[in-house]
Design a binder for this molecule. Structure first.
Ligand code: TMP
Length: 206
């Protein structure tokens, strides 16, 4: 089974994922955790290019193609082979991040992105996707609490992250059978509990 976690930065995905994986392993499942961009040697090299602060000249189309290149390698080298061996693959971000960030966030045409996603994933999509949903203002408040100042870039980031969040909610509405929403504003333990409930329900269907 292929399960992906999506959500904004600060929603706690990356900290919840290993705990969730250990809980599944305790029940006897083979579990593999991974993340995007990254997940293979080549994909991690692409991640470094994407995250390099010196790459300010990167064109939005270049950025998209790098996310997709990283994903193609990840799918063919790691995800697809593991799924064929009956492993539960838990992935921190996947194709929906491209639709939410590049599509809804940066305004790139969604049908074009969907075609590119079909090509780069070879048509491999998750069985279940969990959105760790967080109100943008709460995320921002968390940031202010940590002592950062409010500036023009924060205002830009707020509008961008609002579009990303609305984008995620549109994706959920378009394909409700694949998505579940977990409220990431809850305590860490309550989020973990909710994630387990969702996965327990999904596994009991098989
Ligand atoms: P993270 O490792 O902290 O989740 O950061 C990854 C960043 O990359 C995050 O800002 C979301 C962004 N991203 C995209 O914009 N498009 C994508 O397809 C993926 C996988 C990530």
């Amino acid at each position: 089974m292929f399960i992906t976690l999506e959500g904004p930065e600060g929603s706690g995905k990356s900290s919840q994922l290993p705990i969730l994986a250990d809980w599944l392993r305790e029940q006897g499942y083979n579990v593999y955790t991974t993340r995007e961009p990254g997940g293979t040697l080549i994909s991690d090299q692409i991640r470094t290019i994407l995250h390099d602060l010196e790459n300010t000249a990167m064109h939005p189309r270049t950025e998209i193609l790098l996310y997709l290149a990283s994903r193609s390698q990840h799918v063919e080298e790691v995800i697809r082979p593991l799924l064929e061996k009956d492993t539960i693959v838990l992935c921190d971000r996947y194709a929906d991040s491209t639709l939410a960030y590049q599509g809804y966030g940066h305004g790139v045409d969604i049908p074009t992105l969907k075609k590119l996603l079909d090509f780069s994933t070879g048509g491999l999509y998750p069985d279940l996707t969990i959105l760790l949903d967080l109100n943008v203002e709460i995320g921002l408040e968390r940031r202010k609490q940590s002592g950062g100042e409010w500036n023009r870039l924060d205002a830009y980031a707020l509008a961008f992250h609002k579009r990303v969040r609305e984008g995620y909610l549109t994706l959920v509405a378009d394909e409700p059978q694949r998505w579940r929403i977990v409220d990431a504003a809850q305590s860490f333990d309550d989020v973990q509990k909710a994630l387990r409930e969702v996965i327990r329900a999904e596994l009991s269907k098989n």
